[in-house]
Design a protein around this ligand. Structure first.
Ligand SMILES: [Zn+2]
Length: 349
């Protein structure tokens, strides 16, 4: 999914690289380290110029190089549990914890060999409904529906949207226009409109989930992996804050119950789907605490600081974004300076 804030942060990379400013500020701005967000790890698909979700995937070779670089920069690679523990340990070395959202097959196929080679602990946040084959990868459905079209006509609320989508540039514009218009409204409408577009494109939404997402056997093999901590990521991947409290609570509790039922161990950590302020806010943080999670992560960008020990249900993360697969960008990100500037000098957003 697209994150406007991340795109703005990205625009500053060149300036940092040119000036080296981030290296001077890093001791102040990198704090205790970071929790990294990853989604797909797989070889790059042949590009047709239309890849609106490319920011959600990195190549295995970049993961390999990034893990080595993270240690060179002075961070320990630790589990989520340990990075949270270190928030309250003034003498601890800065640390990075790796998190993979959604539960994709390529985590086992392409990421795990790299993670094992580096002995890097990681947390896999599994959406129970993807493993159950009952939830929808709506952002992939939207991408494939736009790819298959040359013109899109669809009603959104009481408005008829009519967008050309013939070439890569038109498709990219059409995807962004639909994505942000639908994200701004209720989730039921987003799902209904995308289902209509997917139907017109003769897509098989359940097939997309089967093709991309781990089934429960796959999740159990992750549970048996010593480097892996399993975490919960809801049942159907909703933007929780758009729903009533009972629905949000059920989604969060049910995902943990299904994980425990299928793997035999209860998840202690939680990741809010989409994870921005329109998807997870104070109400969701309170529910996560009531349900007894040890910590929960958002996609609000930022490094970790001792003050985060007081808000373990709202931890920020740093996206290892497919748009910036270079070690120079990683150096800038993990210096923490882009987030300090975005947050207008406040280190804890
Ligand atoms: Zn997710």
């Amino acid at each position: 999914m697209l994150f406007r804030k991340s795109q703005l942060i990205g625009a500053g990379f060149a300036a940092f690289r040119a000036t080296g400013l981030h290296r001077g500020l890093a001791p102040l701005t990198r704090g205790r380290g970071a929790i990294l967000t990853l989604h797909h790890v797989r070889p790059a698909a042949p590009r047709d110029g239309f890849a609106p979700n490319a920011l959600l995937e990195i190549e295995p070779a970049f993961l390999d190089a990034a893990l080595a670089r993270i240690r060179t920069l002075g961070f320990d690679l630790v589990s989520l549990e340990e990075v949270v523990r270190r928030l309250g340990d003034a003498g601890a070395r800065p640390a990075v914890a790796l998190t993979f959202d959604d539960g994709y097959r390529d985590l086992i196929e392409h990421a795990l060999p790299v993670l094992r080679r580096h002995r890097a602990p990681f947390t896999a946040f599994v959406t129970a409904g993807f493993a159950d084959r009952s939830a929808r990868l709506w952002w992939v459905e939207l991408e494939e529906a736009v790819r298959a079209s040359t013109r899109l006509r669809v009603g959104i609320g009481d408005e008829m949207v009519d967008l050309p989508s013939a070439g890569a540039a038109e498709k990219t514009r059409a995807y962004k226009a639909l994505y942000w218009r639908l994200r701004a409204g209720p989730e039921e409408r987003l799902l209904a409109v995308i289902a209509e577009l997917a139907g017109e494109a003769a897509l098989d939404p359940a097939g997309l989930v089967r093709e991309r997402c781990l089934d429960w056997d796959g999740v159990r093999s992750l549970a048996a992996e010593p480097l892996c901590t399993l975490g919960a990521h809801t049942r159907t991947h909703p933007m929780l804050a758009k729903h009533d409290a009972a629905f949000a609570r059920h989604e969060m509790a049910e995902s943990r119950r299904r994980l425990a039922e299928e793997t035999g161990s209860p998840a202690r950590f939680f990741s809010y789907p989409v994870g921005d302020p329109t998807s997870a806010g104070p109400r969701e943080f309170a529910i996560a605490a009531e349900l007894g999670f040890a910590a929960a992560v958002t996609t609000r960008p930022g490094m970790l600081f001792p003050a985060h020990a007081a808000s373990p249900m709202a931890l920020p993360r740093v996206s290892l974004n497919g748009g910036w697969q270079s070690l120079a960008c990683l150096d800038v990100l993990l210096s923490g300076t882009p987030f300090a500037i975005w947050n207008r000098g406040r280190l804890v957003a």
